[in-house]
Design a protein around this ligand. Structure first.
Ligand SMILES: NC(=O)c1ccc[n+]([C@@H]2O[C@H](COP(=O)([O-])OP(=O)(O)OC[C@H]3O[C@@H](n4cnc5c(N)ncnc54)[C@H](OP(=O)(O)O)[C@@H]3O)[C@@H](O)[C@H]2O)c1
Length: 299
């Protein structure tokens, strides 16, 4: 099976490439300048050359705070670009798995969000991703919109790397404790995406299409997530870093974040038989890899 993935250095793109190694899969990544989501004319030619069996749309404008001052660029990539990519998939006659986000919700629901819950983004990034979902769905029925959350890995930029960097110089960090979510390892996510791709290519069942939620099992606040990261750091190196829980109001950011980012992933389990592992073990694996120098620590 040939899988084309958008993006070059992105967390999910890199994790997919890693997961594909050794498996009976050809995973190709396509990024700028050959494939640029702000230049829809680049999409079809770049994809045609690869003749993929399925497309994974993992590239996105992901700078959540910067999007507040760059809404045109965020929408160009996440809405117009995503829609054009889905149109290209339709022309090629292949399914598309499009990555989306928990930030399409307003976060006021007291329990985990299901696929059928009403959306209501509270940031430009969330609004641009929601518009992308709509455009993907309008472009082709042969799509999966895969919403995930709080992604971390040994690749790219993420919360785990930020905590380890802070831990190099500090023994106490203030971390927001009143937002909850499901930390999701891109390495676990890549395995789920590959299993979904294999199923989608061989099964035309409409029930396998549409919106799905996928995230690490369990839940945490950012402060609890940080505590778990520092617990592994301490066990591995002896270095102690304490977490002081603070409120969102004490840590102002350009973009608002949903208070509740937890995703209910039962639909994925019911229809695909897939479930991501508990986030504690996956976080420990990623932290250990980064401490031992097995990850890309430069970014
Ligand atoms: N990170 C999270 O916590 C999180 C949470 C929920 C959902 N998601 C979604 O999950 C997906 C993957 O996220 P991620 O964390 O892997 O993202 P990431 O590490 O920030 O990587 C983003 C990727 O998008 C590419 N990109 C940006 N603008 C582009 C353009 N104009 N044309 C082509 N490629 C472009 C980047 O290309 P270069 O390689 O050239 O820089 C990079 O490969 C995204 O759809 C994101 O919205 C992420």
């Amino acid at each position: 099976m040939r899988i084309a993935v958008t993006g070059t250095t992105g967390q999910v793109t890199c994790a997919l490439r890693e997961a594909g190694k050794g498996a009976d899969l050809d995973i190709f990544h396509l990024g700028r300048p050959d494939l640029d989501l702000t230049r829809p004319d680049t999409l079809l030619p770049a994809l045609k050359a690869l003749a993929p069996h399925i497309l994974v749309s993992a590239a996105a404008y992901t700078a959540v705070d910067r999007a507040e001052s760059e809404p045109e660029l965020a929408f160009a990539v996440n809405a117009t670009g995503a829609g054009a990519l889905a149109q290209a998939a339709a022309v090629l006659g292949v399914p598309i798995i499009h990555l989306s986000t928990d930030y399409v919700f307003d976060g006021t629901k007291p329990s985990p969000y299901a696929e059928t819950d009403p959306t209501g983004p509270v940031s430009v990034y969330g609004a641009s991703k929601l518009e992308g979902e709509r455009r993907v769905a309008a472009a082709t029925a042969d799509h999966v919109i895969l919403r995930t959350a709080w992604v971390y890995s040994t690749f790219g930029n993420n919360f785990v790397k930020t905590m380890l960097r802070l831990g190099e110089t500090r023994s106490l960090v203030d971390i927001v404790a009143d937002q909850s979510g499901c930390p999701s390892s891109a390495h676990d996510l890549a395995k789920v995406i590959i299993a979904m791709a294999e199923k989608l290519c061989g099964d035309k069942d409409p029930a396998l299409r549409g919106i799905f939620h996928v995230a690490g099992s369990g839940e945490a606040s950012w402060a609890q997530f940080a505590q778990a990261i520092f617990a592994t750091l301490e066990a591995r190196t002896g270095k102690t870093v304490s977490v002081r829980p603070i409120s969102t109001a004490q840590y102002p950011t350009a973009a608002r974040r949903p208070e509740n980012s937890r995703l209910d992933c039962q639909k994925l389990e019911r229809l695909y038989g897939l479930r991501m592992p508990d986030w504690h073990g996956s976080t420990e694996t990623v932290v250990k890899a980064l401490i031992d120098g097995r990850g890309d620590k430069t970014q």
